[in-house]
Design a protein around this ligand. Structure first.
Ligand SMILES: *[C@@H]1O[C@H](CO)[C@@H](O)[C@H](O)[C@H]1NC(C)=O
Ligand SMILES: *[C@@H]1O[C@H](CO)[C@@H](O)[C@H](O)[C@H]1NC(C)=O
Length: 414
């Protein structure tokens, strides 16, 4: 028996040396013993995702052929570092912004400029955390878990308290005067630490809903959540009267931005990996169920409501054909991302070219407007769009500025 196997092996090696070599090479790549690939050192297990057809989404989308987002203004250049979420208080002061160096700052007008408003940890220090323009580069990544990374900001307009979703420190709150924020939720129902709190919204009854993007990867490793397609993300709820945390939804693929509707009969959340916005019903016959509101041509981040009850979503655009093949075939991702090449090359070969798009949708997921910045004239990565006093304020997690644009535009397109 053993001899026969050896014979077959010998025969195979002699007759098909290239195949054997390929198999060997492939196994070496897959096992990646020297951890040379971008996923080296991670328990990388790609899964299949549920995503709308590329062709259908791209064909039915409304494109902004005039690239009107390029008309925006870049403000506070190199004064403000990776402002992901932007917020205004009940007195209209702001913007407040959560920065890559862990601070929450607020704009106090030309004379005063930016001032530090709040910190998510008492151990924050200027020497360790404040890296200026370098705060948005990999140099900061080692420091993030120490310094904090506030990603979602919301004022409770009644109390004046600011609620914060911090990627490392969970859900926190700070009073109207600012200072060191008080942690509300650092662990989930099972007592495990929250790994990646991302965004939040406040219900009028006081409960706070927030997204916990992954149980497996933290923010620094967020790219792996996308590549792997893992679905350990959750929607959680914190009830202040009982100081308890509850799982509202689980099994989500990169849950990210979160927004209640105007009448709070439902909330919207983005699922970044699946390129879509989901609706979760809080009232009526569909209470407790979810449905897809709209499929997007790219990867959504935060969603924010305007005064009319419409929703702005920030999108890193676009999906590609190659990405669709990857999404449907986990094994290809298993092999591809174990190639011993830097991630930026691997990403480029798949045809990922990111530019910024923002879109306004209504409660039914109908597109009301789309603004693109195809050439990256103004910004390249967008994280949130906040419409305030006739102006769009646009945040970015990876660059050092805020973009603004008067809205509605004088020359509408669609
Ligand atoms: C924008 O361009 C696309 C493709 O070039 C085209 O199909 C579409 O009709 C254009 N839309 C508008 C509003 O001009
Ligand atoms: C507030 O309302 C939400 C949505 O209906 C509900 O899930 C939550 O339990 C309520 N919180 C409190 C404290 O009653």
């Amino acid at each position: 028996m053993e001899n026969r196997i050896l014979l077959i092996k010998d025969g195979l090696l002699l007759q098909h040396p290239y195949i054997v070599l390929m198999v060997l090479l492939l196994s070496l790549i897959i096992m990646d013993p020297f951890e040379m690939s971008p996923v080296g050192g991670h328990d990388f297990r790609p899964v299949k995702n549920e995503i709308a057809s590329y062709k259908q989404v791209m064909e039915s989308w409304l494109w902004d052929n005039r690239s009107r987002l390029g008309q925006g203004n870049l403000e506070f250049k190199d004064d403000i570092f990776g402002p992901e979420s932007l917020e205004f208080d009940a007195l209209g002061r702001g913007p407040y912004a959560g920065l890559a160096d862990g601070r929450i700052v607020r704009w106090m007008g030309e004379d005063v400029g930016w001032e530090t408003f709040a910190l998510v940890t008492p151990t924050w220090s200027e020497e360790v955390c404040a890296k200026g323009v370098d705060s948005t580069t990999y140099k900061q990544w080692k420091m993030e878990s120490k310094c904090g990374r506030p990603l979602g900001l919301r004022f409770d307009k009644k109390s004046g308290n600011l609620y914060i979703a911090d990627a490392y420190y969970g859900l926190l709150v700070v009073g109207p005067e600012g200072g060191i924020a008080t942690p509300l939720v650092t662990h989930d129902v099972d007592g495990n630490p929250i790994l990646f709190a991302n965004d939040l919204d406040i219900h009028t009854n006081g409960s706070i809903f927030f997204t916990d993007t992954s149980k497996k990867y933290n923010r620094v490793d967020h790219f792996f959540i996308l590549l792997e397609g893992e679905t350990s993300g959750r929607l959680l709820r914190y009830d202040p009267p009982t100081k308890t945390v509850h799982v509202v939804l689980e099994g989500l693929a990169f849950p990210n931005g979160l927004q209640f509707s105007k009448d709070q009969s439902f909330l919207l959340f983005t699922e970044t990996t699946n390129c879509r916005i989901m609706k979760y019903f809080l009232k009526g016959p569909k209470t407790g169920t979810t449905e897809v509101v709209i499929n997007l041509p790219g990867f959504p981040d935060n969603v924010r409501i305007n005064e009319k009850g419409e929703f702005w979503v920030a999108i890193d655009c676009c999906r590609t054909r190659a990405q669709e093949v990857f999404v449907h075939n986990p094994w290809i991702r298993s092999v591809y991302f174990r190639l011993p090449l830097p991630m930026r090359y691997l990403a480029r070969f798949v045809g990922m070219r990111m530019y910024t798009m923002i879109s306004l949708v209504n409660e039914e997921g109908e597109i009301l407007d789309v603004l693109e910045d195809k050439n990256g004239d103004v910004m390249k990565l967008v994280s949130e769009v906040k419409e305030e006093n006739g102006k769009l304020w646009i945040g970015t997690v990876a660059h050092n500025h805020i973009a603004t644009l008067p809205y509605p535009l004088e020359a509408p397109n669609l």
